[in-house]
Design a binder for this molecule. Sequence first.
Ligand code: PEP
Ligand code: MN
Length: 445
Amino acid sequence: MSWHIDSWKDRPHAQEIAYDDADSVQSVVSKLRQLPPLVTSWEVERLKQHIAEAQEGKRFLLQGGDCAETLADCQPGIITNKLKILLQMSLVLVHAAKKPVVRVGRLAGQYAKPRSKATEERDGLSLPSYFGDLVNRPEFTAEARRADPRAMLDAYGHSALTLNFVRSLSAGGFADLHHPEYWDLAFLSRADLPLALREEYIQTSHRLSEALRFMEALGETTVDELTRVEFFTSHEGLNLHYESAQTRRVPRREGHYLLTTHLPWIGERTREIDGAHVEFFRGIQNVVGVKLGPKVDPKDAIRLFSRLNPENEAGKLVAITRMGAAHVQQSLAPLVDAVRNAGIRVLWVCDPMHGNTKSTNSGLKTRSFDDILFEIEQSFAVHHDSGTFLGGVHFELTGDDVTECIGGGLTEEDLDKNYASVCDPRLNYRQALEMAFRVGQWMGK
Ligand code: PEP
Ligand code: MN
């Protein structure tokens, strides 16, 4: 079974995109092959090194961003806020864990969405579902929902614009990170936060402020190391036409690199061992994430990991479990035990979002802050009992003041106020920051 850049085309393809014009797909793919890469193999290898260290417990992974990024949200304020919340969360975690945090955004390319149904019905009309801005558009019209190959070029362009801005902010140190006065800690004064927690968090935030002031005071001599923030990108590698078009050999390195993002992941719906996605991702050098839900058979997970990483290379695999609060205890332990017994190297990361999605009576998708917390807490516990450890967390979040998840200051009645997600519900700025304090609390113990 030899791998080549198009070998995925001979495999069963879950979530296949129904393009109706093969010639346009081919001309877009040819164009994408010529355009510069969005990331470099150096960065990809550096991330792999970081993940290898995280697999040894020397680093912790924080991954987060929108469920579905949109082209319309490619705006400076929105991008800045997303970067800000991720960086602030990472500092809370660094402080708690006393180890470096690898920061990975779900951004600059998180434009393709798997769907549980290929079509959507409204008022007797049936149209293709919305598969993300990389594929079609969310408006419910036949024209908008047609899979348009040119959307790949738009998404590539917007990824480049986003990444360019993120790189500039990161290189310049990003003042919002280092100035505690730019942090919004309003959640600390919320009446429903238990007093003991509130006091603990206030102390943590004071210690954090002191540490940041100290770093500032060190000034110019160490400015480069301290102010340059390292930041990586990730997205679900769903659209294989797009991903394979930006996959190439680079001078003086072995193998192929996927250069649309540092860390692509394979979703829960596309991880069949003989399917197109696993075939494609087994052939690239990048770190690869795999989502694993509560129905996963540990034996299948082992086969999957061995297919994706036959040499058991360090830093190569990130296992992102998304069991749900109701299943995490029963489902996670057998998986973790089997993988540990097989001697397979993975970084265990908890995605506490995708197993905890519910609908309100009015049909809005939401998630409960308490379920999210519970799944993380239980994941720490299961790993502890299995003699392994949780090496990272994966959130759907935004830096803006949206109302999509319940708890952490919001009730079901608040959801209508600013429900902005085009796909799954995200933590807002305050909920995400509080989440970091809560996770930090467990890590510090
Ligand atoms: C996602 O991360 O948005 C997603 C669809 O996840 P999963 O594949 O775990 O359902
Ligand atoms: Mn999602």
